[in-house]
Design a protein around this ligand. Structure first.
Ligand code: L34
Length: 292
């Protein structure tokens, strides 16, 4: 099996972004500025946002983090979003999910100016994505598409089984892979918690996209010989031998599928870093759109 190295690929793409930012700077252009809003103290969210800021620094972007207490009201959060919408210094911003339960994520997404929605979550951008009109693609699906593209893994005519139907991963990646295009033209099956006989679906898949949120759920016995396995899951499992007291594992039992898969993404170091890099790509695009 070949490992799809998301870390190395991210590094490569970030070097390309960095070169472009250097050119922009040399021409006295607009330096991309990403802002991230984080609510509460979810350790996973803090770690993801930290990676977004670190990567922004690496490519020469400006970045701002707005951290709010988990008791912030929905109205106050929407005020912050309006502030970012109207702040011409900020090219794009995200509101890290999940949000506390008293805040409706749909209301938050709808409050974001689609021109600055570098997550690609606003219905305006989701709709453009679904119609194949140029837009910000949601970061995780975009990262997966870049991986398949750069590893020359053909999706044309392939049976793709997506496990999970979330608005930010399962649904958009299903649409993107079914569409016309170099990474596209696949026959896509969307599976979820109500799917009957998931095992039979997985067994026929040439490519599996696992976004379930269950540690080591997919095993060798579930996959076809030579399948490509993309693992979107990031689960924390207790591990006292680690300094942090936990380790990260995917939705796929990587060691188990290794002898059977043709390609697979590790966790960590697979889809995660590509999500961050895709966000940078969208932010660069936002800043270029602004200078037009
Ligand atoms: N608004 N919310 C919004 N936009 C997003 O694009 C996200 N997502 C998902 C969760 N909520 C969001 C992310 O940022 C998932 N996600 C994300 C981002 C980065 C990483 C993983 C998920 C990542 O950097 N993963 C590293 C390990 C991180 C660690 O050590 O904890 C990896 O190697 O997989």
């Amino acid at each position: 099996m070949l490992s799809i190295d998301g870390r190395a690929l991210s590094k490569e793409i970030k070097t390309e972004i960095r070169e472009e930012v250097d050119r922009i700077r040399a021409n006295n252009g607009n330096i991309p500025h990403l802002a991230a809003v984080i609510v509460g103290d979810n350790p996973a969210s803090e770690s993801y946002v930290k990676n977004k800021v670190k990567s922004s620094d690496e490519v020469g972007f400006e970045s701002t983090v707005i951290k709010k207490d988990e008791n912030i009201s929905e109205e106050e959060l929407i005020e912050i979003i309006h502030g970012l919408n109207n702040n011409s210094d900020v090219d794009g911003f995200i509101v890290q999910l999940p949000l506390p339960r008293h805040i409706d994520p749909d209301k938050i997404t709808l409050a974001i100016d689609p021109a600055k929605d570098v997550d690609g979550f606003h219905p305006y951008n989701f709709g453009r994505m679904a119609l194949g009109i140029d837009t910000y693609l949601p970061a995780t699906p975009y990262g997966i598409v870049m991986m398949l593209d750069r590893y020359n893994i053909s999706t044309e005519g392939k049976q793709v089984v997506v496990v999970g139907r979330s608005n930010i991963v399962g649904m958009p990646i299903s649409i993107m892979l079914a569409k016309k295009g170099k990474v596209g033209n696949a026959t896509v099956t969307i599976t979820h918690s109500r799917t009957k006989n998931l095992e039979a679906q997985l067994k026929k898949a040439d490519i599996i996209i696992a976004a379930i949120g269950r540690a080591n759920y997919i095993k060798a016995e579930h996959i076809k010989e030579g399948a490509v396995v993309i693992d979107v899951g990031i689960n924390r499992v207790q591990d006292e031998s680690r300094k942090r007291g936990y380790r990260l594992v995917g939705d796929v039992d990587y060691e188990d599928i290794k002898p059977k898969a043709s390609y697979a993404t590790p966790v960590p170091g697979g889809v995660g870093p590509m999500t961050v890099t895709a966000l940078l790509m969208n932010t660069l695009k936002a800043s270029k759109n602004k200078s037009k």
